[in-house]
Design a protein around this ligand. Structure first.
Ligand code: GDP
Ligand code: IMO
Ligand code: MG
Length: 418
């Protein structure tokens, strides 16, 4: 059987957590394959809100395995907090969670370096979540990292100190600043996590597939934050795209099945970097207010703008998206006009492709306007309002992918399945 993939098609926070939680009971295992606690995936279960950072969003489903894959970077302190929060809600995390031995560890000194690098960038900063993501992936590719499986080594503490020393040498190029190291807590959390089942996720997951099981790979961030294809350098440090599933879990490309792309009916971005359709007017404010657009990890206000179909089609192409779930469609219930960008003017020439560098100010998006539906969408509706159908059909014909799932609220069942 196949590994289906679910990824964010924009700049993150598309509502991936909600859709994974909805789909999870159709799968044997839900797996995170990249990123770390920079992610914040919000789930509502029976009216209670929970934000997941490292644990896959299938954790609320009984009988479903949840795997933190080798491509993920783990902060033991955040992960313990998350596990305890779930256990307090009565979720049996211990029986449902597996951690890949080959996942990399975020040290307190990685977080320090992240903060130091951002401070040094001044107004050119990325707007990182400061969870130590960039420095940890740098150590991974630089072949200096510590992996979860290393915690069993008798000289683990020595390895830790060696890496910390390296970080101190690097940190010396930056001005020093106050920092909460929490090293003692870090080691306590390592001990706590050692009690959880650890797996070689490549063997573990291929075995599930060989037995006819189904796996869902849950992306974090979004395509436009991908290290290769995002708005570089304003990106995260991992491959957030479908290709990342193979390296982040140890499954072959031939095993990939459906690719479900998640897009908001508009667009948001948190942190720095280009955002072509960003709105600075009342509509932007209205999207932010009605959509409660504040980061699930850092609480920062999210920048808001119209949906960008040039960007969406780019994401569909890179990821081999086979279907789209359109989230937050309910937020558009209150707009007289719904606007979409469907071309760009680059150096005075019209194009339907994204320019090489969105940081260079030589382009502007061109827009098409649709009539708003001005009514409250409901899961009970047998027929969608005509104006909404027209908008959806335009999106589908533009990106050439069906939109079978329309999300109309944060709760698990607030969905219209077409
Ligand atoms: P993720 O990182 O992609 O999982 O998304 P986040 O959890 O960071 O942000 C999505 C936010 O939108 C969360 O607060 C969700 O509860 C909420 N949400 C998801 N889908 C919908 C929807 O269809 N309508 C509304 N109103 N809220 C939604
Ligand atoms: P989910 O999975 C939205 C953004 C940060 C910053 C840039 C780099 O919830 O969609 P990093 O901490 O990786 O060094 O930050 O990427 N970013 C996200 N934005 N959603 C996320 O995750 C994000 N994870 C990172 O704001 O601009
Ligand atoms: Mg999020």
């Amino acid at each position: 059987m196949a590994v289906d993939v679910l990824i964010g098609l924009q700049w993150g926070d598309e509502g991936k957590g909600k859709i994974v939680d909805y789909l999870a009971d159709k799968y044997d295992a839900i797996c995170r394959f990249q990123g770390g606690p920079n992610a914040g995936h919000t789930i509502y279960v029976k009216g209670e809100k929970f934000v997941l950072h490292t644990i896959p969003s299938g954790i609320f489903r009984e009988g479903v395995e949840n795997v933190i894959g080798n491509g993920v970077v783990i902060d033991p302190i955040t992960l313990r907090k998350e596990i305890k929060g779930l256990e307090a809600l009565g979720v049996d995390v211990r029986s449902r969670l597996k951690i890949a031995r080959k996942s990399h560890l975020i040290l307190p000194s990685h977080r320090y370096l992240d903060a130091a690098s951002e401070k040094a960038k001044g107004d050119k900063k990325i707007g990182s979540t400061l969870r130590g993501i960039g420095p940890t992936y740098m150590d991974k590719t630089g072949r200096n990292g510590l992996r979860f499986g290393d915690t069993d080594a008798p000289n683990f503490k020595e390895k830790y100190q060696d890496l910390k020393k390296r970080h101190e040498t690097i940190a010396a190029i930056y001005p020093a600043f106050e920092f909460e190291w929490n090293e003692e807590e870090w080691f306590e959390c390592i001990d706590f996590l050692k009690d959880f089942e650890r797996v070689d996720c490549e063997y573990y997951l291929n075995d599930i597939l060989d037995k006819g099981g189904k796996i869902l790979a849950e992306g974090a961030q979004g395509v436009m934050l991908d290290i290769d294809f995002g708005t570089y350098p304003f990106v995260t440090s991992s491959n957030t795209i479908t290709a990342g599933v193979c390296t982040g879990l140890g499954v072959a490309p031939s095993k990939i099945g459906e690719v479900i792309g998640i897009s908001k009916a508009y667009c948001t971005r948190v942190g720095g970097g280009p955002f072509p359709t960003e709105l600075f007017d009342d509509n932007g404010k209205k999207l932010q207010d009605l959509g409660h657009e504040f980061g699930a990890t850092t609480g920062r206000p999210r920048r808001c703008g119209w949906i960008d179909l040039v960007q969406l089609r780019y994401s569909v192409m890179i990821n081999g998206v086979t279907q789209i779930a359109l989230t937050k469609s309910d937020i558009m219930d209150n707009f007289d006009e719904i606007v979409v960008a469907d071309r760009y003017l680059v150096d005075d020439k019209e194009t339907d492709q994204l320019p090489y560098d969105l940081c260079i100010d030589n382009y502007k998006p061109l827009y098409k306007t649709f009539k708003g539906w001005n009514t409250t969408l409901s899961s009970d509706d047998k027929e969608l309002p005509d104006a909404f159908k027209e908008y959806l059909e335009y999106l589908e014909s533009f990106v050439k992918v069906p939109i079978p799932i329309v999300s109309i609220g944060p709760e698990r069942d607030a969905l219209i399945i077409r």
